[in-house]
Design a binder for this molecule. Structure first.
Ligand SMILES: Cc1ncc(COP(=O)(O)O)c(C=O)c1O
Length: 312
C-alpha cells in the first residue's frame, strides 16, 4: 500500500515532530549517495491493553550496534528514541503499526568519508499488514534460491542493519519476483543457506529444528531469537548454529521464514520442489500459533517483551 493511501501525518525528525510532508532531506545527503545509514523495523501490535511494541529495547539496542562499525553517532539516547516513538504512535492514534527508526549521515560534503556530515535521525510509523501476501501465513510461499550471494562479514558487517547492504536484498528479491516467486533464499559466500532478503530461515527435519548461525552471514534477527525461544518452550530441539546446504532445503520436512515484517511465514516450495506436503507443516503451524498468541497478547507469557504504548 502506498503512503499516499495511508492515514499518517507525523514524523519525528531530529528531535521534533514534523508534518509528514515536511520530513525532507537535501539531495546531496551522504546517506543517499553511499547508503551510510542504519535502521530498524519494529512492530507494534493491537492488543486488549492497546498498542504494544514488540521487543522494543532489543530493536533499539540493535540500532546502536549497527551504528558502531560505521562510527555513526545516533545523537539520541535509547530512552529518547523510545519516548519519541511512543508519542508518535499516540499522536497518530495507531492501534497497530510498523515502526521505522533511521539514522544516517546528512548533508555537508560528498567525499566517501562522512567526516563533517551531521547525523540525521528520524522515526516514522505506518500501518503494515502481511508482508509476503494475504494468504502467505496460511498457505505458505514459493521461493527460489537466488543467483546473488549474500556478502560475507569479511566484506561488510552482516549483523549490522545498515541501509547500503540492502541492495543485495533488492537484487535477490526482485530476481525471485521476476521469475514468478514470492521471495528469495540467499546463499552465503560458501554456498550454504544464509537467509531471505529480509527474513531468517528455519528448517524442520525429523522433528528437530535447524537455523543458520550468526557465522553464516545472517542478520541476528529478533524474530529468529523469538522463534528459537518459543520452539524450545514447546519442547523442540533447536540447532541454532546450523550449517544448511542448498540440497537440504529440497528434502526438508518444513521450512519457514521469520522476520519483523514476515512474522512466521511457511515456505511451501523452493525452486519448484514441493516442501513436505506442499502446504504449511505442523511444526510451523504450532510455532505460528504460539507466536501470534504471544504478540497479540492472548497469553501472559513473556510480558517483558512488550511495551504498552498507553501505559508508559
Ligand atoms: C536481511 C534480514 N534478515 C533477517 C531479518 C529478520 O530480522 P528481525 O526478525 O529482527 O526483523 C531481517 C529483517 O529485519 C532482514 O532484513
Amino acid at each position: 500500500m502506498s503512503f499516499a493511501d495511508m492515514d499518517v501525518d507525523t514524523i519525528w525528525m531530529d528531535g521534533e515532530f514534523v508534518d509528514w510532508e515536511d520530513a525532507q532531506i537535501h539531495v546531496l545527503t551522504h546517506g543517499l549517495h553511499y547508503g551510510t545509514g542504519v535502521f530498524e523495523g519494529i512492530r507494534c501490535y493491537d492488543t486488549e491493553r492497546g498498542p504494544a511494541v514488540f521487543r522494543f529495547d532489543e530493536h533499539l539496542e540493535r540500532l546502536y550496534q549497527s551504528a558502531k562499525p560505521y562510527d555513526l553517532d545516533i545523537g539520541y539516547s535509547l530512552e529518547e528514541l523510545k519516548e519519541a516513538t511512543l508519542e508518535l504512535i499516540r499522536r497518530q492514534d495507531m492501534e497497530s503499526c510498523y515502526i521505522r527508526p533511521i539514522s544516517f549521515f546528512g548533508y555537508d560534503s560528498l567525499g566517501v568519508s562522512p567526516k563533517d556530515c551531521p547525523t540525521r535521525t528520524a522515526i516514522a510509523c505506518w500501518p503494515w499488514g502481511t508482508y509476503l501476501g494475504e494468504d502467505a501465513l496460511e498457505e505458505g510461499v514459493e521461493v527460489m534460491v537466488s543467483s546473488w550471494r549474500k556478502h560475507a562479514s569479511s566484506q561488510i558487517p552482516t549483523n549490522a542493519k545498515a541501509t547500503g547492504p540492502y541492495v543485495n536484498s533488492l537484487l535477490a528479491g526482485e530476481e525471485a519476483r521476476s521469475n514468478g516467486y514470492v521471495e528469495a533464499i540467499v546463499l552465503n559466500k560458501e554456498g550454504n543457506v544464509a537467509e531471505g532478503p529480509g527474513e531468517n530461515i528455519f528448517l524442520v527435519d525429523d522433528g528437530e529444528i535447524y537455523t543458520p548461525g550468526l557465522a553464516q552471514s545472517i542478520l541476528d534477527g529478533i524474530t529468529r531469537k523469538t522463534a528459537i525461544t518459543l520452539a524450545e518452550e514447546l519442547g523442540y530441539t533447536v540447532h541454532d548454529e546450523a550449517v544448511i546446504s542448498r540440497s537440504q532445503l529440497y528434502t526438508a520436512d518444513e521450512l519457514f521464514f521469520t522476520g519483523t515484517a514476515a512474522e512466521v511465514t511457511p515456505i511451501k516450495g523452493v525452486d519448484d520442489n514441493e516442501i513436505g506436503a506442499g502446504t504449511r507443516g505442523p511444526v510451523t503451524e504450532e510455532i505460528q500459533q504460539v507466536f501470534f498468541d504471544l504478540v497479540e497478547r492472548r497469553t501472559d507469557d513473556h510480558e517483558e517483551w512488550f511495551t504498552y504504548v498507553n501505559e508508559q
